[in-house]
Design a protein around this ligand. Sequence first.
Ligand code: THU
Length: 133
Amino acid sequence: MYKNLLETAKKARENAYCKYSGFAVGAALLCSDGTVFSGCNIENISYSLTNCAERTAFFKAVSEGKKDFTAIAVVGAVKSEDCSEEPCYPCGACLQVMSELGGPGLDVVLLQNGEAVVMKLSELMPRAFCSEF
Ligand code: THU
């Protein structure tokens, strides 16, 4: 499941602009209408301006008018060079953006031992600060 989405995320990772950390991340966001937006991390010499791969994908999609999202795949080389061994879990800032724009039912697709692992955003962020408050 979500094999193509993971492949798109891997491809996007090739565009990562990560000259400071050397840690390349790719993401691919599946909209409910079937369209896919990819993203990579984009770093800055003023470090805090760095944008993560997941947020790049979300911001691209929202700026193109998309509102409903099904899944986001994320790949980064945590252990093995090909990204397949250990999942690259999204950072807290990206989880918050996923919560805002994707909601608790969003599928987050990660790679582990060469296989897709699908988790609901609510598993990764069980007690999100959300607009219901
Ligand atoms: N990074 C992402 O792109 N996504 C995450 O969820 C975690 C971190 C990037 C930011 C930075 O460019 C590099 O990984 C190292 O932290």
